[in-house]
Every structure is written in structure tokens, then in C-alpha cells.
Write a protein that binds this ligand. Structure first.
Ligand SMILES: Cc1cc2nc3c(=O)[nH]c(=O)nc-3n(C[C@H](O)[C@H](O)[C@H](O)COP(=O)(O)O)c2cc1C
Length: 187
């Protein structure tokens, strides 16, 4: 099918069309958790997570300004990125659905920064909130990573074109060639 072009300078673009375009960029899926000083836990599904800096170790994600959990993330000043495996689509759905207490049905251990650490995740990044940048209808949250972990044996949950998906390696490619590419930066 032909390329759909959205020209913001020419006409009002339907936000759904913009979302459709953005959705072509496949991502992983995370649940980002926090705990306020008063002990209130929050967690939200987010696919806006991205690596930012190796030295110092920084990551970022963005949160909608009207997210009910935003004040807790700001107050806590700490958060943990839990990267989901392909077995955890239900968990993604759970944390993407507004509820008064998303943690009532789980026993969730705390990580070193006090935020909930989801069991059987693919990776985690415990962070201190380093900077918040207001940008349009979202806030960019930049975190300094204080501790991280990953499970090499598990497979990621992906999100692409509004659907959950799983990753498959390209056939007929030598993994050593892929790893040996010139890119030695993030990811
Ligand atoms: C796959 C997926 C990715 C999402 N990514 C984000 C995101 O990056 N930022 C955001 O603000 N909301 C995102 N959402 C929506 C939130 O998860 C949803 O609004 C959630 O209810 C917010 O939590 P809260 O209601 O406890 O504040 C995403 C939802 C899904 C299903």
C-alpha cells in the first residue's frame, strides 16, 4: 500500500492518523513503578522508554500530563522500569487500566530504591528522577540508573501498530555479524 503522508503544515491532522504513524515504530513494553514517601505504590504501562546515556547511565520515558499517577512519580523522585517478557501481556494490560490500587492482587517485592520490582521481568532499571522536561501534553522523565538487572534467557514483549507482538530473529543472518556492527552506542 502507498505511503500515507500527514502534512501538519498544510491541514489539521487527525490525531488518530498521527498515532497510526507513530505506531509503526515497534517498541518493547515496560511497567514503570514508584512508591511515595507515604508508601503509596503506583505502576503504569509505558512504551515510551528509551536509553539515553551510557556515562552517566541515564534513561528516559514520557508520561501524559493528565495521568492520575503523575503526582506520585513527581513526589517520590524515584522509579523503576520493569521491562516485560512475552509472557506478560496480561500484566501490561493490568497496568494500563486505571484502578485505585493496581497492586492489591500482587505480592511485589521492593527493589533497592523502594519501588515495586515485578517478578519474572526481562530487565529492570532502578532510577532516581534526575530531571523533568515539559513537552506538549507529556512530561519527559529522565532517570539516573542506580541499579539494573536483566535475564538473558527470556524474550521481550513487543508493541507494534497497536498490538502486542513477539520478536523473531531474521533467518539467514549470522548473529555475530549483527553484533559486530559499527554501532557501539546505546542498545
Ligand atoms: C502498550 C502501552 C504503552 C503505553 N505507554 C504509555 C506511555 O509511554 N506514557 C503514558 O503516559 N501512558 C502510556 N500508556 C497508557 C497508560 O498505561 C495508562 O494511561 C495508565 O492507566 C496510566 O496509569 P495511571 O492511570 O495509574 O496513571 C500506555 C499504554 C499501553 C497499553
Amino acid at each position: 500500500m502507498a505511503m500515507q503522508v500527514l502534512d501538519f503544515a498544510q491541514a489539521e491532522v487527525d490525531p488518530r492518523e498521527f498515532r497510526n504513524a507513530l505506531g509503526r515504530f515497534a517498541t518493547g513494553v515496560t511497567v514503570i513503578t514508584t512508591r511515595t514517601p507515604a508508601g503509596k505504590c503506583e505502576g503504569m504501562t509505558a512504551n515510551s522508554f528509551s536509553a539515553l546515556s551510557l556515562d552517566p547511565p541515564l534513561v528516559l520515558w514520557s508520561i501524559k500530563r493528565d495521568a492520575p499517577s503523575l503526582p506520585s512519580f513527581q513526589e517520590a523522585g524515584v522509579f523503576t522500569i520493569n521491562v516485560l517478557t512475552q509472557e506478560q501481556a496480561d500484566l501490561s494490560h493490568h497496568f494500563a487500566t486505571r484502578q485505585l490500587d493496581k497492586f492489591s492482587e500482587f505480592i511485589v517485592p521492593d527493589g533497592q530504591n523502594g519501588c515495586p520490582l515485578l517478578e519474572n521481568a526481562l530487565a529492570f532499571f532502578e532510577c532516581r528522577l534526575q530531571q523533568t522536561i515539559e513537552a506538549g501534553d507529556h512530561l519527559i522523565m529522565i532517570g539516573e540508573v542506580t541499579r539494573a538487572g536483566y535475564d538473558e534467557a527470556a524474550d521481550p514483549l513487543l508493541f507494534s501498530a497497536g498490538r502486542y507482538a513477539i520478536a523473531a530473529a531474521l533467518p539467514n543472518r549470522d548473529a555475530r555479524d549483527d553484533l559486530a556492527s559499527m554501532w557501539e552506542g546505546l542498545g
